[in-house]
Design a protein around this ligand. Structure first.
Ligand code: DHB
Length: 387
């Protein structure tokens, strides 16, 4: 005999189960894997703040579902990125994995995206080949060839004939060096020496001494976000700023996140990049004001990668009424929108970002330092994919 009381308990349990199921179906989870600690922690801080700002301004619903972001810290260790990606897909059943602060982390997670057919949104890492590591990858950051070819063109047009190059010795550094050198030589320039520093704990003094001895017209530099301030300090300490050696770089070096810290030594440095806090659009002014109010620090290019990454995910969820897997991925391809950085296109063929690249110069306005854009190269496709 089942008592009335037992009957009620069973009913209540069934009701709870139903609620639980409904909740799971109404929620879409996004696994955000970032370096929140370790050497690249500033990237994690900026990307996460960009993601949160998108949600603060656009709500936590998309495609009729509640969006839940699960943040995981890979501590800048690629093996950890891979394990976290696996756990997020298998245990948390996330619909999207996103973030990825450095190229080795993105590369480590790519097979998980392929095997599980989970869309993977790369918001920070920028080696050209990343999007080729899985057909499930979409990128909202940039590529080093986009920035490096652009600054090589500018250098030639502005009378720079002999250069040294200095890059961080891993994926994006390889891209930066190759694409800068190839274009600069094609334009008739001469590369005296190509120098490298390790990704982990670099010391710039020995390479800067070599640059001093070489006396090139300019030094071209790529370093990952977070290393620029220390580099600039050593550049000034060695007196290179006063030795008549011009500094040109990808915008990672005059990172908006660290530009104040660099101070006067950064004045006049010319870089090519896709985002500046000083980008003079109405949308960017509002973005920067809202970001600074929420965070008490400046957004940099990493923050914009996170913000636009969430936009791409929201757009795709809305277009598919909350689909997952390949359907969700397909809705990410081919999106066009106005970003705080300017107009953006997610190329459906390559799943990579097509965007304007700006030539900028560091200037002081009031008591603040800015990368002031003075030339625009329109709709730059990743030169790494033009075969
Ligand atoms: C990568 C990391 C950076 O911090 C950056 O500024 C550019 C590229 C990377 O590892 O892909």
């Amino acid at each position: 005999m089942i008592t009335r009381r037992q009957q009620l308990t069973v009913l209540a349990a069934a009701a709870l189960l139903a609620v639980g199921t409904a909740r799971a179906e109404d929620t879409v989870k996004i696994g955000l894997i970032l370096p929140m600690t370790g050497q690249q922690a500033s990237t994690g801080r900026e990307v996460e703040a960009g993601v949160k700002l998108w949600m603060a301004r656009h709500g936590d619903k998309a495609g009729g579902k509640k969006v839940e972001v699960i943040v995981k810290d890979d501590a800048t260790v690629p093996a950890t990125t891979r394990r976290l990606a696996q756990e997020l897909v298998v245990n948390d059943k996330v619909a999207v994995i996103a973030g990825f602060g450095i190229t080795p982390s993105a590369m480590a997670a790519a097979p998980i995206a392929t095997q599980s057919k989970t869309p993977m949104v790369v918001m920070a890492a920028a080696t050209s080949a990343i999007t080729e590591a899985s057909p499930f990858i979409v990128r909202t950051s940039f590529t080093l060839p986009q920035a490096s070819v652009s600054i090589a063109e500018w250098a030639t047009k502005n009378g720079i004939k002999r250069v040294d190059t200095l890059v961080s010795d891993y994926g994006p550094g390889n891209d930066a060096e190759k694409f800068f050198v190839d274009r600069f030589k094609l334009n008739g320039g001469k590369v005296i020496e190509s120098l490298r520093t390790p990704l982990r704990s670099p010391d710039f003094a020995p390479v800067l001494q070599k640059v001093r001895d070489d006396k090139p017209d300019a030094l071209f530099v790529f370093l990952p976000s977070g290393q620029g301030a220390q580099f600039m300090k050593q550049f000034a300490e060695r007196g290179l700023d006063k030795a008549g050696i011009k500094l040109i770089a990808t915008g990672d070096v005059t990172d908006d996140d660290q530009l104040q810290e660099m101070g006067p030594v950064a004045l006049g440095v010319v870089t090519a990049h896709h985002y500046s806090v000083a980008h003079p659009s109405e949308q960017n002014k509002k973005f920067v004001a809202a970001f600074e109010k929420a965070n008490k620090f400046r957004p940099n290019f990493m923050a914009v990668g996170g913000y636009d990454g969430m936009r791409v995910i929201y757009n795709a969820l809305n277009a598919t009424h909350g689909a997952t897997g390949e359907k969700l991925l397909d809705a990410m391809k081919g999106q066009t929108f106005e970003s705080p950085r300017g107009p953006v296109f997610i190329d459906a063929q390559t799943r990579d970002i097509v965007q304007d690249i700006y030539i900028r110069k560091v200037e002081k306005q009031g008591d603040q330092y800015y990368n002031v854009e003075f030339e625009t190269l329109k709709s730059v496709k990743d030169p790494g994919k033009v075969k």
